[in-house]
Design a protein around this ligand. Structure first.
Ligand code: SF4
Length: 182
């Protein structure tokens, strides 16, 4: 297993999400967090990725971390697709196979979840693994173990931060009032 690259404080009390990507079901979404590895991420030194950006005539810019409980560092994602092949519930999709737009522009967009989900179905190597069905994750850990660049961090406990950022967090205290808001 590759060393994980997402630092534990990819979010904290002071870090707010830069936006979110919504699911077309009108209910679910995943947060996008500030740049973590940035230009130190594997995507900035990967020859396939660099060549694909050049072919497209698109500038490669830091993209941050997509997802909270299923966190994917898009600056380290080299579109290997290992996560796609191992995920039992198709949490991920190749975002460009649904909307072929610059990765920086998925912030605050809605995706229907109709993108392709097989390992080699990437549009090209500028494509990224989008955790569009983060809410379906069964925490099997297979993607975290399979990712060749350590770009995925699975942590169910981070659900609290997803909810805090959404303003829907309800603090559960032992024997306390389950409706007490933090
Ligand atoms: S932990 Fe398992 S279920 Fe969750 S996104 Fe990764 S492969 Fe899919």
């Amino acid at each position: 297993m590759a060393d994980l690259v997402i630092s534990e404080d990819f979010f904290n009390e002071d870090k707010k999400p830069v936006g979110k990507t919504s699911h077309g079901d009108g209910e679910n979404f995943h947060w996008i967090w500030p740049v973590n590895t940035g230009e130190n991420g594997a995507a900035f030194s990967d020859e396939n990725v660099k060549a694909a950006y050049a072919d497209k005539g698109e500038e490669q810019v830091p993209l941050g971390v997509h997802g909270t409980t299923v966190a994917v560092d898009w600056d380290s994602c080299v579109a290997a697709g290992s996560c796609m092949s191992v995920c039992p519930v198709q949490t991920f999709q190749w975002y460009r196979t649904e909307q072929d737009i610059a990765a920086a522009d998925v912030v605050d967009k809605t995706f229907e979840g109709t993108g392709l989900t097989e390992q080699d179905e990437r549009l090209d190597y500028t494509d990224k693994s989008m955790p569009i069905r983060e809410h379906d994750c069964t925490v099997c850990m297979a993607c975290q173990e399979a990712c060749p660049t350590g770009a995925i961090l699975i942590e169910q406990a981070n659900a609290e931060w997803h909810e805090k950022a959404a303003g829907t967090y309800v603090k559960m205290e032992g024997g306390g009032n389950p409706h007490a808001h933090d």
